[in-house]
Design a protein around this ligand. Structure first.
Ligand SMILES: C[S@@+](CC[C@H](N)C(=O)[O-])C[C@H]1O[C@@H](n2cnc3c(N)ncnc32)[C@H](O)[C@@H]1O
Length: 376
């Protein structure tokens, strides 16, 4: 086991929740970086399991100051030369100036030297790493100096693209989580040992959450009030199994109101509920609903979610988790939330472990606030 650095993508809070649930010994170093002990052999499986980590680095050593001479000591090339990029997680540094100085130091010692400037420190280009063999150094402040890591593996980005765009059915208008976000929620709920566990999504829509649950080795139960959604979810899972023959778990289907699932499932039957529930009319997201009306619509949804949590308590095992994305409506003068759901969670038999973790586009009216609850 060696200490590795994990570089988070665009949703660092969710990435951290996921990582800390899978590796309880992990430590967050910066907003976009954490460290955890894993073996070299586990790195590839770790990168394909984590939805929110874009790269894993080996720790190379420490430097006292951010100078070209010290950083150049970590760069070795081949006869054909070297392409490098610096991912510096320290505010005021000019990456371009440093890269240029390093190029000058190494010129003559190595073959042709090139550097690439990342758009931001956490913007790790998988193509540059995998196809162009760029040596990528991650540098962050630590103990009065700087820690230097070298990216040793990146997220299998083609797999994520394949699931995002390749499945037969997708319906962004009715709300749909990107597979990476669904994976983070599944990992947060299932923790380090997902195999053999059962995940229920009571608002399953196109089945995004359940596809990610099956891929990590869990069994799935799909429920939705609207049977055409279930037909599409089923077609998406058939596609998943054709494309990922390693998926062995099965998916059961229930047409049910999410607040009445306990009428269809035995008590203490599921290990985790992971869901993005119905979030209100798509017109809200399209800026077509005035603020006050949206507030009262959200109040109605609050009652639905409270009814759901009350009902789900019966079908969850003790210690089982609920990872749920609750809506908030963001208007210029006021943000409407479902605060009562959170205030009541103890009375409903849950402990709040994490949340809210906001997930939204900057200008979006509907924000998703992720929470992780544990059934008491
Ligand atoms: C936001 S979508 C879920 C999208 C899903 N996360 C995905 O990625 O495809 C909400 C789903 O909840 C279903 N739904 C709405 N009200 C419901 C209720 N009371 N009980 C169960 N399902 C409901 C809708 O039919 C819709 O498929």
């Amino acid at each position: 086991m060696t200490q590795k650095l994990f570089v988070f993508g665009r949703t660092p809070e969710l990435s951290w929740l996921e990582l800390s649930r899978i590796y309880p010994n992990s430590r967050r170093l910066l907003s976009h970086i954490a460290c955890a002990q894993i073996s070299n052999e586990d790195m590839t499986s770790s990168l394909s399991r984590l939805g929110g980590t874009v790269a894993v680095c080996n720790v190379m050593g420490k430097i006292r100051s951010l100078t070209a001479a010290e950083i150049a000591g970590f760069l070795t090339g081949s006869a054909s030369g070297l392409t490098f990029s610096l991912h510096i997680f320290s505010g005021q540094t000019s990456t371009e100036k440093l890269s240029d100085e390093i190029k000058n130091i190494l010129a003559g010692k190595l073959g042709r030297i090139r550097y690439v400037i990342p758009k931001s420190p956490e913007a790790v280009s998988s193509v540059q790493f995998s196809r162009e063999h760029t040596v990528m150094l991650v540098i962050l402040p630590a103990d009065g100096g700087y820690l230097v890591g070298q990216i040793a593996g990146v997220q299998p980005y083609l797999e994520w693209e394949k699931r995002d765009y390749g499945r037969p059915y997708a319906d962004p208008k009715r709300g749909m989580l990107p597979p990476k976000v669904a994976r983070m929620a599944v990992n947060a709920a299932l923790g380090p040992e997902p195999a053999g566990k059962t995940v229920l999504d009571p608002f399953c829509g196109m089945g995004t959450v359940l596809a990610e649950s099956l891929l990590v080795g869990a069994a799935a139960i799909a429920a939705d009030i609207y049977s055409p959604s279930l037909t599409k979810a089923q077609a998406n899972i058939v596609w998943l199994k054709e494309n990922y023959p390693e998926v062995r778990g099965k998916m059961d289907i229930l047409v049910s109101d999410a607040a009445h699932i306990s009428e269809a499932l035995p008590p203490a039957f599921v290990d985790a509920i992971v869901t993005e529930p119905f979030m209100g009319s798509p017109e809200i997201g399209e800026h077509k609903v005035p603020a006050q009306k949206a507030g009262s619509l959200l109040h109605g949804l609050e009652k639905l979610y409270i009814g759901c949590l009350r009902d789900w308590h019966g079908v969850l095992k003790t210690g089982g988790k609920v990872c749920i994305a609750l809506p908030a409506y963001v208007y210029p003068r006021h943000t409407y939330t479902v605060k009562k759901v959170i205030d009541m969670c103890e009375n409903l038999g849950y402990t709040k472990l994490f949340g809210p973790i906001a997930y939204n586009r900057p200008d979006a009216v509907v924000r998703r606030d992720f929470y992780l609850f544990e059934r008491i």
